[in-house]
Design a protein around this ligand. Structure first.
Ligand code: HEM
Length: 94
C-alpha cells in the first residue's frame, strides 16, 4: 500500500492513522490475532475486540473480508453500531 495515502485523523477523541486499503491487503488480516473486517466499504481493525465479542467467534466468519451482512444481522439491535466506530482504521480503495 502507498503509505502516503494514510493520514492522521481525530476519531472519537483519539488520533489514529486513517488509511485507504485494497481488498488484497485487508485479506492479510484474517485471524483472531489480527482481524480486519469491511463494513459498508469502511475498514475496522477489531483484533482487540474479538475476545470480548458477545457473539463469540461469529465475528471471525468473514475476517479479512466483507462482514457487512453479518454485522447488519438481527443480533445487533443497536449498541454495536456505536461501538464499531472505535475500531475504524480507514476505507476501502475505490
Ligand atoms: C462481523 C461480523 C459479526 C457477526 C457475524 C456477529 C455476530 C454476532 C452474534 C451471533 C451475536 C449474538 C450473541 C448472542 O446473543 O448470543 C452478536 C452480538 C453482539 N455483537 Fe456481533 N457480530 C459481528 C461483528 C461485531 C462487531 C464488529 C461488533 C462491534 C465492534 C459487534 C458487537 C456485538 C455486540 C455489542 C453484541 C451484543 C448484542 C448487542 O448489544 O448488539 N459484533 N454478534
Amino acid at each position: 500500500m502507498n503509505p502516503f495515502m494514510n493520514k492522521v485523523v481525530m476519531l472519537n477523541g483519539f488520533f489514529k492513522v486513517y488509511g485507504v486499503y485494497s481488498k488484497a491487503e485487508i485479506a492479510l488480516h484474517d485471524k483472531r490475532t489480527d482481524c480486519w473486517i469491511i463494513v459498508k466499504n469502511r475498514i475496522f481493525d477489531v483484533t482487540s475486540y474479538v475476545e470480548e465479542h458477545p457473539g463469540g467467534d461469529a465475528i471471525l466468519t468473514n475476517a479479512g473480508s466483507d462482514s457487512t451482512e453479518g454485522f447488519y444481522g438481527p443480533q445487533h439491535p443497536g449498541g454495536a453500531f456505536q461501538l464499531i466506530e472505535d475500531y475504524c482504521i480507514g476505507e476501502l480503495e475505490k
